[in-house]
Design a protein around this ligand. Structure first.
Ligand SMILES: [Zn+2]
Length: 163
């Protein structure tokens, strides 16, 4: 008797791959369910599965090997599946890192006198703006403030060297 597809990958419950466009059953990898994080229904097999990315709408493959890592090494919840392709996930992580750096540094950059810090904040804001399309009003104001400060400091410095 088959339980949740333990004898045949084709009998696995559909919800594990419900948004997949295409599944490859013949290259299925058997799972070690003792390493999985599940309550009732484990994944007995990992299957190469094609999805459409929610951001760029390109098709991408979530490989059986990736699934083994997700569920047996990182212990992701068993119903998890990717919504975004690898490239879009990398972009998101990059933007999150920039946002974190911005949040932790912007107050010091605004009040302090360090030119490199102010320039770095402006660079981050520009990159966020390009990727997100627009910025919240407060961030636009901060960018203008920092650019004014940079211009003022640069002017002071050039006066200092010419005299
Ligand atoms: Zn994508």
């Amino acid at each position: 008797m088959d339980i949740f597809g333990n004898t045949d990958p084709k009998l696995m419950p559909g919800h594990f791959f419900w948004s997949a466009i295409h599944l490859k059953h013949d290259s299925a990898i058997p799972a070690d369910i003792s390493k999985q994080n599940f309550s009732v229904c484990p994944r007995h097999w990992y299957l190469d599965a094609d999805f459409k990315c929610a951001t760029c709408h390109q098709e991408f493959t979530w490989t059986a090997g990736e699934q083994k890592a997700w569920f047996e090494e990182y212990h992701f919840w068993i119903d998890a599946f990717p919504v975004h392709c690898r490239k879009c996930r990398a972009v998101t992580r990059h933007l999150q890192r920039l946002r974190k750096e911005y949040d932790s540094t912007v107050a010091a950059a605004k009040t302090g006198g360090r030119l490199d810090q102010k320039r770095r904040m402006v660079d981050i804001l520009r990159e966020l703006k390009i990727n997100l399309g627009s910025l919240p009003e407060g961030m636009n104001e901060t960018m203008e403030l920092l650019q004014r400060q940079i211009a003022n400091i640069s002017e002071l410095n050039s006066e200092g060297t010419s005299s």
